[in-house]
Ligand binder design. Structure first.
Ligand SMILES: Cc1cc2nc3c(=O)[nH]c(=O)nc-3n(C[C@H](O)[C@H](O)[C@H](O)COP(=O)(O)O)c2cc1C
Length: 403
């Protein structure tokens, strides 16, 4: 069973993560993790903070001579901004007064945080609820991604819409209609999306979206959007229908929904399926020369909580950023008077980054179920188990994932 825990406040000294349960002998480097961290920082619409930080993970334990030891892997990501926050975020008691924050931002964790934890300063709530924490998640997820790569499982993502402006959805249609080539790797989607400042696959809509972001920013407003995360090369049989917590679709929904500001998750055609006839919803099973195939992939690669072997397709919606430069209504908790919500340094749009974080969470969920199924203390043992399962399966049912 793999698990990870993150620690760290947004403006604290650093973020840390401990990743546990990975087999020994998996090659991993700081460079590999840092490449993913860099991708998380990117995207048009980010605020000043991302200009201050250059996220780099230092591996402190669990790796020797470039390979995992099977022991817990701990990683540290320093917050460069800490230098400016040493006093305000002092770990020890402070002999001077600091200005407390008493005006909550609607849509953020400010009001619920101070209510629940008996704080009299919203700063205590902001620090951990901030999406800065997701940098540590991306570091953890990159270990999962590296493991999956050993088995030809690849993860990618792209932004589908920002502020209601959608890119041409040719590619999404190709995914659902199962007309992409069988040796297609999800990584190639990210390679393409990473070239766009808003991580679109369709460059024609990029200008339109950037104009929309500029206009929102000018008006002191923010935007959200939707994105698609895909995993290819996932073997048939991850997850199970035996219990609520063994279903792969439930695991993935949890992991993507746990990302800050994500408010909806769909697997496959999701909501659209609710509007269609059954005959137009399910993926017909075909037979060609003893090989079993599927005409479509509307189920998004999961049936009965189990991976079908087709690409796993997850669509998610991120709400607009909560911090507004033209604030909406709030209440000052120190005076109990109606006021404008507090402004603070903030992103305007973070959908491109959110999609990268979702890649890490998807990698994590798939690796978790992969290791549950195939097990093994070393990478070699895991590979043996994997190939023995595939051989046995192929002897009974020959899957062909081409349409
Ligand atoms: C990559 C990323 C960056 C974010 N940046 C900001 C930000 O700069 N300002 C802000 O108010 N919210 C930001 N958010 C959203 C908040 O973290 C989120 O709304 C808050 O934690 C409350 O959680 P909830 O929206 O899930 O209820 C960001 C989210 C993500 C995923």
């Amino acid at each position: 069973m793999i698990r990870f825990l993150t620690a760290g406040e947004s403006h604290g000294k650093s973020l840390t993560t401990i990743v546990d349960g990975f087999p020994s002998n998996l090659k991993i480097s700081e460079g590999y993790v840092n490449q993913q961290l860099k991708r998380r920082q990117f995207g048009y619409g980010r605020g000043l903070r991302m200009k201050i930080e250059t996220d780099k993970a230092e591996i402190l334990s669990g790796v020797r001579f470039g390979k995992t030891l099977g022991s817990p892997i701990s990683m540290l990501i320093k917050n460069s901004d800490w230098e400016n926050w040493k006093t305000l975020m002092s770990v020890g008691p402070l002999n001077q007064k600091v200005q407390k924050i008493s005006i909550p931002r609607p849509g953020h964790a400010d009001l619920v945080g101070v209510s629940k934890y008996n704080f009299n300063d919203i700063r205590n709530s902001i620090e951990r609820s901030s999406a800065r924490e997701t940098a540590a998640r991306v570091a953890a997820g990159s270990i999962a991604r590296k493991l999956l790569e050993e088995f030809g499982v690849s993860i990618g993502s792209y932004v589908e819409s920002i502020g209601g402006i959608y890119q041409d959805n040719n590619f999404s249609e190709k995914l659902f209609s199962n007309t992409i080539s069988s040796n297609f790797s999800a990584q190639s989607i990210s390679d393409k999306a990473d070239k766009s400042s808003v991580r679109l696959l369709d460059p024609l809509q990029e200008e339109k979206i950037i104009r929309k972001i500029k206009s929102a920013k000018k008006n002191g407003d923010t935007l959200g959007g939707t994105f698609i995360t895909v995993a290819t090369g996932v073997p048939v049989g991850l997850g199970s229908f035996m219990n609520y917590d063994t279903k792969l679709d439930a695991e993935i929904a949890h992991s993507i929904m746990s990302i800050n500001a994500v408010k909806a998750v769909e697997i496959g055609e999701g909501f659209l399926l609710a509007e269609k006839l059954g005959s137009k919803s399910h993926d017909e099973i075909t037979l060609k020369k003893d090989f079993i195939g599927r005409k479509t992939n509307r189920a998004g690669g999961i049936e009965g909580g189990i991976s079908t072997g087709l690409p796993i397709i997850v669509r998610a919606a991120m709400k607009p950023i909560a911090t507004l430069m033209s604030p909406i209504e709030s209440v000052d908790l120190s005076t109990m008077k109606k006021v404008d919500a507090r402004r603070e340094r903030s992103d305007f749009v973070a959908v491109p980054a959110c999609a990268v974080i979702a890649e890490s969470m998807l990698a994590w969920s798939i690796a978790k179920f992969f290791l549950q199924k195939f097990g093994g203390d070393s990478l070699e043992e895991l590979k043996d188990n994997y190939s023995s399962y595939n051989k046995k399966l192929f002897g009974r049912i020959k899957h062909n994932f081409k349409s």
